[in-house]
Design a protein around this ligand. Structure first.
Ligand SMILES: [Zn+2]
Length: 368
């Protein structure tokens, strides 16, 4: 009898130990494993603390660290609708194209969760690819349509055209045209990569000449020019003094002598300028300005659509001669040392302009 009881007890103990061993029953003697430490950056995002996000970034936080769901900090910011934190992460170098195991990117997550258009627009401006689809094959329209906050407003129509067009990675989308309501010129000679014989060099921007652009705006001396996206001013030539004729003649002679346009000469020929840095590190340059608003100074933040200068002809022969003839905004978009359109055919530049400024910024037809 005792023997049977002992055997029964032994079997019971063995079964219990086996159950603990294989996690069928909770083991009361096991020590609780300490949770892995949550990186400060993820903790700051999880508590919506944008100031703590900024200080974690300042301390050099790892931008590729993944949380328990396999999400990097930028995805967490996108899911929580934290625009400022997302802007800081992108500014610190977070990869806007990175996709999680389920195929979602920061843009898709922002479209589903953002409380307004700000964060998706920031990601588009930073170069996020709007043609990506998740593992189920769902793209930006499916994500945006699931978010009531995005059903109205200007972003919806831009998203529709971006979803249907080819996307050139490495360049932004969601910018506005620098001259409100105007298209780019219908003449490819006014676009980047066009040849400029008078200075033996390549044109690096878009010229907006009255009569060559479509849309309702007429472009005259003093027509306002706006920032194409949110950004920070990195150059504003408030103290610009126009070249005299002798200086102008000398730099043109030098360009002809060296059979190219050295950068310092090109800079003089752009006249009075404003440069703005945008999300993703893109820089836009606005040239030949006649004036710059007082608040547009180096280091100042500017909003998309904010007036950053007035149309003029500074740095051109007409400006040197003291006239107001031939005024035109000249706008360049740079990624590092490459300007948008560099080395491309006109048809490619036309398509890229549609991606960057939107289809409404394209003229109905174009030629040389
Ligand atoms: Zn130009």
């Amino acid at each position: 009898m005792v023997r049977v009881a002992l055997i029964a007890l032994f079997v019971l103990v063995a079964a219990t130990v086996a159950a603990w061993r294989f996690d069928v029953l909770p083991n009361p003697f096991a020590r609780e494993p300490a949770p892995p430490p949550v990186p400060a950056l993820l903790a700051a995002l999880a508590s919506d603390d944008e100031a703590a996000v900024a200080s974690a970034l300042e301390a050099g936080a790892d931008l590729a660290v993944l949380d328990g769901e396999g999400r990097p900090p930028l995805h967490v910011a996108a899911m929580r609708g934290l625009s400022d934190a997302a802007g800081a992460l992108i500014g610190a170098g977070a990869d806007v194209q990175w996709a999680a195991a389920d195929g979602t990117t920061a843009l898709l997550l922002a479209l589903r969760h953002a409380p307004d258009a700000r964060l998706p627009l920031l990601l588009l401006n930073a170069g996020a690819d709007p043609t990506v689809v998740d593992a189920q094959g769902e793209g930006i329209m499916a994500y945006a349509n699931a978010n009531p906050a995005l059903r109205q407003g200007g972003l919806a129509s831009r998203l529709r055209e971006l979803a249907e067009a080819d996307f050139v990675r490495g360049w932004p989308s969601g910018y506005v045209p620098p001259v409100p309501d105007a298209t780019i010129s219908s003449r490819a000679s006014h676009w980047p990569n066009a040849w400029r014989a008078y200075r033996n060099g390549t044109h690096e921007g878009f010229d907006f000449y009255d009569g060559a652009v479509s849309g309702t705006t007429s472009i005259t001396y003093g027509t306002p020019i706006v920032s194409v996206a949110d950004g920070v001013v990195v150059r504003a030539d408030h103290d610009y003094r126009e070249m005299d004729q002798a200086t102008y003649d000398a730099i043109i002679a030098e360009a002809n002598r060296v059979m190219s346009t050295p950068e310092e000469i090109l800079d003089q020929l752009r006249g009075r300028q404003v440069w703005i840095e945008h999300a993703g590190g893109f820089v836009t340059r606005y040239a030949h300005l006649s004036d710059i608003p007082d608040g547009v100074t180096e280091g100042a933040p500017v909003a998309q659509g904010q007036v950053i200068g007035l149309t003029g002809n500074s740095g051109t022969i007409d400006g040197v001669e003291g006239t107001e003839n031939d005024p035109h905004p000249h706008v360049e978009i740079w990624r590092g040392s490459t300007y948008l359109g560099q080395g491309l055919e006109p048809a490619e530049i036309f398509a890229l302009a549609g991606q960057v400024f939107g289809q409404r910024a394209l003229p109905p037809r174009w030629g040389p």
